[in-house]
Ligand binder design. Structure first.
Ligand code: S3P
Length: 455
């Protein structure tokens, strides 16, 4: 992180450890440059594929937070040797054979990506593993992964409530066969679980998506030498005798973390923020496209794109304060900005005119019901926001009024809700207080420090 200066008393935490509630007293004008920790989605995949390959892989700009540690710890419990030192993680993989029955349940905390991708990996090994999740993840639906993995031959027992399945999950894998599968939900986690299982299945595995979702797994599999053919929304993977480590993988900055700073700089007058080396994967950069349509002043420079190992495009962003206008977000765009919808709702409140975000249903099954958490919080700040139902499709409608007012807000224990509301509060008129912001540690423990560096 560049430009870290002593924090001025513009906004301060009520408790010194910044884990309980957050009190925002004054506005500030964000200015400066930041480099963000590596992308969370890429980090999970880099760890998993390094563990499955033979040899050492160095992961650079690796982000340390609760979710990445969930994958790291789960793989360690399964017998993979992993060491970490600051932003570098070293994985010593021994191939699929290197994974050993842990003899105790594997705890994945609240990381949905860890749980769903790990199920894909464990479907391919012939021992039984019980996976236990934290309190938020235990409420999230798991049939979407269990169903295709069972079709491939894995034996899976999960908690049943109504017609849905939840963690804890016990999986007994091995002897899989490839399938052709069309997931019912647009989910990169589901696609990735099937592809990971397909690595060690008999015959080819094909996933046909209804909407394009993030393709980090496909890109990373190619880097590790797997025969995978991507034809728009159809992905064909051929089983492998073994993955080849590229030696090192550079993980560009997390665009989902960047989104909070992009919106902050766009909605606060006189701001100017540069975000360096951020991931610009087209499956993730929907937030930039939509904000540009909303007249945000964002300059993207990709001259360095593709230089780092990892085949992931990245670049620098320069964001200046902007006069935002409302826009329509279409269902086909949702997967490319699904995690950024909470902060996009904040941006829409600062815009002039109507923003309609169509097809937000998946937001209901994230760490919390983010439709509810954002509507409740933004209404408290005076927003004109409502949910509209058209058949099965839910949309959010916001009549932007060019600003918000301070209020007493809640994180609902959800990291992205917490960070979105901190951004909203920093740009709003008057004081705000946000309860329970310790959840930020799930994806971005350095968030407040990064904010302060822009003061
Ligand atoms: C992720 C995929 C998305 C996203 C999540 C990370 C991934 O979930 O919301 O934060 O790394 O594959 P879905 O696959 O459920 O859409």
């Amino acid at each position: 992180m560049s430009q870290i200066r002593k924090p001025a008393n513009r906004f301060k935490a009520k408790k010194t450890r910044l884990v309980k509630s957050f009190l925002i007293k004054h506005k500030f004008i964000p200015q400066g440059r930041i480099i963000l920790p590596g992308d969370k989605s890429i980090a999970h995949r880099a760890l998993i594929l390094s563990a499955l390959s033979c040899g050492r892989t160095i992961l650079k700009n690796f982000p340390i937070h609760e979710d990445s540690l969930a994958t790291l710890n789960a793989l360690s419990v399964l017998g993979v040797k992993i060491r970490r030192n600051k932003g570098i993680v070293l994985v010593s993989g021994k191939g699929r054979q290197g994974l050993k029955s842990p003899g105790k349940p594997v705890f994945v905390n609240n990381s949905g990506t860890t749980l769903r991708l790990l199920l894909g990996v464990l479907a391919g090994v012939s021992f039984k593993t019980k996976i236990v999740a934290g309190k938020y993840l235990s409420l999230r639906p798991m049939s979407r992964v269990n169903i295709p993995l069972r079709l491939m031959g894995a034996q899976i027992v999960a908690q049943n409530r109504g017609r849905e399945e939840y963690a804890p999950i016990t999986i007994n894998g091995g002897n899989l066969k490839g399938i052709v599968y069309r997931p019912k939900v647009a989910s990169a986690q589901v696609k990735s679980a099937i592809l990971l299982a397909g690595l060690f299945a008999k015959g080819r595995t094909k996933v046909i998506e209804q909407l394009n979702t993030r393709d980090h797994t496909e890109r990373m599999l190619k880097v590790f030498g797997v025969n995978i053919i991507v034809n728009n929304r159809s992905i064909t993977l051929y089983p492998t005798q073994g993955l080849n480590s590229p030696g090192q993988v550079y993980i560009p900055g997390d665009i989902s973390s960047a989104a909070f700073f992009i919106v902050l700089a766009a909605i606060i007058p006189k701001s100017r923020v540069v975000i360096e080396k951020v991931s610009l994967n087209p499956g993730r950069s929907g937030i930039i496209n939509v904000l540009k349509r909303m007249h945000a002043v964002i300059k993207v420079s990709t001259s360095q794109a593709n230089k780092p190992v990892g085949l992931e495009p990245w670049g620098n962003l320069l964001i200046s304060s902007s006069k935002l206008k409302g826009a329509v977000v279409y269902p086909g765009e949702i997967p490319s900005l699904v995690d950024e919808l909470p902060i996009l709702m904040v941006a829409a409140c600062f815009a002039e005119g109507v923003t309609k975000i169509k097809g937000v249903n998946e937001l209901r099954v994230k760490e919390t019901d983010r439709v509810n958490s954002m509507v409740v919080n933004l209404k408290k700040m005076g927003a004109d926001i409502r949910v509209e139902k058209d058949g099965l499709m839910e949309s959010i409608i916001i009549h932007g009024q060019g600003g918000l007012c301070g209020a007493k807000l809640e994180s609902f224990g959800d990291h992205r809700t917490a960070m979105s509301m901190i951004v909203a509060a920093l740009a709003a008129a008057g004081k705000s207080e946000i309860d329970d912001i310790g959840c930020i540690n799930k994806s971005f423990p350095g968030f407040l420090k990064a904010l302060k560096s822009l003061e």
